[in-house]
Design a protein around this ligand. Structure first.
Ligand code: ZN
Length: 440
């Protein structure tokens, strides 16, 4: 087995401890086997040992992204995602896009839900060495009631569409969970709230009883459940029903907060999508309403989540990568920035969210996310000190070396590609060509 000595770096170990200067990290095969000053190498390994001089560089765990949608292919609209995707092309594209995520320093990720059940196949392809990518855990379709999800009328009354699988009653909920587990899902995703064209905001579209049916069925099979909850009561019901990870937890109230703290359910706010829309949306031609939505969510939810964090609840760092506002390989460190800027975490605390604590999202606590003996050799080496400026972790030009499962990753940029025919929807115009516009 190959041995690599990463010598003399400043080690951020992922636990929140202060960086250790002039520290060696020793890798053998896919494991970290030593961390400390002036490590000695087993004589049997020393001849073939590769040495990396990390003097002046930061050595830290590879990033973990707890909320990715690798199969969606960066759609600009739900129409594109629900009406213009086919399974073979989407699968091939996902195999290309997952490498972008790896090259952005992400060595593990949870793909929460996706289209055509591609996620589990991609995970298996990575494990088999067919596709290069981060260690992956994958959901399948997101379970929705026929009332709606996040795509309004595009959610059908039954069956699957886009990333949605509609379950109309408790019997179908049981069947869908069992089938998804059979087809390789590591986790079951529920959209507890959804948008309906005639109503504003997202409303709760599951009962607590129904949520419990999904949780009980999945848990009996040893599979965890995760839930999209943009609403206070939705969050409370999901936690009480036994959901293992909550996303968004928007507009969290006291009862739901108490339940989260009581059960220590990890929460991923996934602010990145809104933060990007709000801060940079205008540069990508997005509408400006996002600014107020983001401000509202932060104001209502940010302070409550900070309370949860202070009470020992794990805040997960997820990027929502997969949409046009969150393309692959660009925003995996953005959530840490939001945690620092808006929730008042220190950069080191935010790094722990995206490393040690995020391992929990993959059910890999103790396996990855730390620079420590026995952990998987997922190691990022970069120029600069992210414990002072966490934004450095979004700047790939600072990355010097990356090891994923003990293998060095080629950090050179991805070859460019062109669009597939029909990949994006096209429109005749941005606005209707009235006579007034034509003649103005
Ligand atoms: Zn998502």
């Amino acid at each position: 087995m190959k041995t690599v000595l990463i010598a003399g770096g400043n080690v951020i170990d992922g636990t929140g401890s202060a960086p250790q200067t002039n520290t060696d990290v020793l890798i053998k095969g896919d494991r970290i086997i030593g961390v400390g000053k002036n490590l000695s190498i087993d004589p049997a390994d020393s001849a073939s040992c590769e040495k990396i001089d990390a003097t002046g560089l930061t050595v830290m765990p590879g990033l973990i992204d707890a909320h990715v949608h690798v199969t969606l292919g960066e759609p600009r609209t739900n129409d594109e995602l629900f009406m213009h995707r086919d399974a073979p092309t989407s699968a091939i594209l996902a195999a290309y896009n997952v490498r972008k995520i790896l090259k952005a320093g992400v060595t593990s990720m949870l793909d929460v839900d996706g289209i055509f059940n591609i996620g589990p196949a991609l995970r298996d392809s990575i494990n088999a060495g067919i596709v290069e990518g981060p260690t992956m855990r994958s959901g399948s379709y997101a379970l929705m009631t026929a009332v709606g999800g996040t795509a309004g009328k595009l959610i059908p009354d039954s069956g699957t569409a886009g990333y949605a699988e509609v379950v109309r009653n408790k019997e179908e909920m049981v069947l869908a969970v069992r089938r998804q587990v059979k087809e390789g899902a590591d986790i079951i995703k529920i959209h507890v709230t959804g948008s309906i064209p005639t109503r504003s905001g997202e409303i709760q579209v599951w009962t607590r009883d129904e949520l419990k049916v999904v949780c009980d069925t999945a848990h009996d099979l040893g599979v965890r459940v995760t839930a999209h909850c943009r609403g206070d009561k939705a969050t409370l019901d999901a936690v009480m029903a036994g959901v293992d990870i909550i996303w968004h937890a928007s507009f969290l109230g006291d009862a739901a907060l108490e339940a989260i703290i009581d059960k220590k359910v990890p929460v991923g706010p996934v602010f990145t999508f809104l933060a990007n829309l709000s801060e940079y949306g205008h540069k990508a031609g997005a509408t400006s309403t996002a600014k107020s939505i983001f401000a509202g969510e932060l104001e209502h939810t940010g302070a409550k989540l900070r309370e949860a964090y202070d009470a020992g609840v794990k805040l997960l760092s997820g990027s929502e990568s997969g949409f046009s506002m969150t393309p692959y390989g660009h925003w995996h460190a953005r959530e840490m920035e939001v945690f620092v800027q808006h929730l008042g975490l220190t950069p080191l605390q935010a790094i722990t969210c995206a490393t040690k604590d995020n391992a929990v999202a993959l059910d890999e606590d103790g396996e990855t996310g730390c620079i420590s003996s026995g952990y998987r050799a997922d190691v990022l080496i970069l120029d600069g000190d992210p414990s002072k400026n966490v934004s450095l972790l979004g700047d790939k030009s600072k990355f010097r070396y990356l090891y994923c499962r003990g293998k060095q990753v080629d950090l050179s940029p991805m070859p460019p590609r062109s669009l597939f025919r029909g990949e994006q929807t096209s429109s005749w115009s941005d606005v209707a060509l009235t006579r007034e516009i034509a003649l103005s």
